[in-house]
Design a protein around this ligand. Structure first.
Ligand SMILES: Nc1ncnc2c1ncn2[C@@H]1O[C@H](COP(=O)(O)OP(=O)(O)OP(=O)(O)O)[C@@H](O)[C@H]1O
Ligand SMILES: [Mg+2]
Length: 333
């Protein structure tokens, strides 16, 4: 009687929860805990604001790394807190949960996600591969025997997959994502200017003036860093062209991952994909020109979907309605 269904996208950077009507919550996957007794001090946005601003007695941590759980206890605490926030008392409203996991995770990693969701108070839990959830969330016709391709560019990992008949035909999980793009910018600025900038600053450079390919209109942005030699504050001015250059290495790996999947895909399905294009989702798909880069290097038109950030969580909740069709293809624990 009190059953409720929830979809969860447990991402490296953001966790999103939806019910059958809407996305209920989006919070950074970050927890602040007291080092002594491991008690949670804050979670989500509130915890992110504490980054680098708290005494040693409090640790601010990201419990996921590259799409998978790195700290089990903290992940469980966070899930419990977030699920409780959307569904009230979990003792009365024990929800059935469908949660996404990257395609390329090990059985141990899958088990950890399953246990964390169950321990958080769910009545029943299903895992769904992230690319499959994304495809459902963007309404790709995966019910047909024709090929559909997605590349999901997340914060911690990139997943390329071809799907048909509710299942995954070929896929690749690359443990390179938006955070690695930020890291590449940090390294670039250190090498070129001898200035150390923070990760958050690098992310701002990426999202505000960055691009995957050279742009007609160059933007620039001044950021504050720390001189590597003197340790004193020093501003640096960066341009779009420089960010493009800084990102080439990780972007090349992302292109390679897409290419690998196409190579593994049967030719009949490839011709469907050429007709339909490659759907790009995940926060990284918002990087300017990433569609152009992939179109050019894969030789297949790549396009940004309408709901790049929420398609996975929307797909997880819709998965309940398709359980009969997809169940045999879902990862077992
Ligand atoms: N406009 C933008 N340009 C480039 N990157 C962006 C933009 N907006 C967001 N991002 C990046 O998208 C990433 C977050 O995407 P998303 O929310 O899909 O990740 P996630 O689901 O938490 O991670 P994962 O799926 O890998 O576990 C961050 O690295 C962020 O910097
Ligand atoms: Mg994601």
């Amino acid at each position: 009687m009190f059953s409720k269904e929830l979809g969860v996208d447990l991402g490296t950077m953001y966790t999103r929860i939806a019910d059958s009507t809407q996305v209920l919550l989006e919070e950074p996957t970050i927890v602040a805990i007291e080092v002594d007794d491991q008690k949670m001090v804050a979670a989500g946005l509130e915890a992110r604001d504490m980054f680098g601003k708290v005494p040693d007695s409090i640790e601010v941590a990201r419990p996921l790394r590259n799409g998978v759980i790195a700290d089990y206890e903290i992940t469980e605490t966070l899930l419990q807190y977030l699920l409780q926030r959307v569904s009230g008392s979990m003792r009365i409203f024990r929800p059935r949960v469908m949660i996404s996991v990257p395609f390329g995770v090990t059985s141990v990693e899958r088990r950890a996600v399953y246990e964390a969701v169950m321990e958080a108070g769910s009545r029943e839990a299903f895992l769904i591969q992230q690319p499959l959830a994304a495809a459902i969330g963007i309404d790709l016709p995966i019910n047909s025997p024709s090929g559909n391709m997605i590349i999901s560019l997340g914060g911690g990992c990139t997943e390329a997959a071809v799907m048909a008949m509710y299942g995954i035909v070929a896929a690749d999980t690359l443990r390179v994502g938006g955070m690695d793009l930020d890291e590449a910018i940090v390294n670039y600025v250190r090498r070129k200017y001898g200035v150390v900038i923070g990760q958050l600053t690098a992310e701002q450079l990426k999202t505000r003036i960055g691009a995957a390919v050279p742009q007609d209109i160059e933007n620039s942005m001044e950021v504050q860093g720390q001189d590597q030699v003197t340790g004193l504050p020093r501003p640096v001015m960066l341009t779009t062209g420089e960010i493009v250059e800084a990102l080439q290495d990780p972007l090349k790996q992302i292109v390679e991952s897409g290419r690998k999947v196409l190579e593994k895909t049967p030719p009949e399905l490839v011709s469907d994909i050429i007709d339909r294009g490659v759907a790009l989702c995940g926060g990284g798909a918002l990087l300017r020109g990433v569609d152009k880069l992939l179109t050019k290097s894969l030789g297949i038109p790549a396009y940004l979907v309408d709901n790049p950030l929420t398609c996975v969580v929307q797909g997880t909740i819709r998965g309940f309605g398709m359980l009969n069709m997809i169940r045999r293809n879902l990862p077992q624990v």
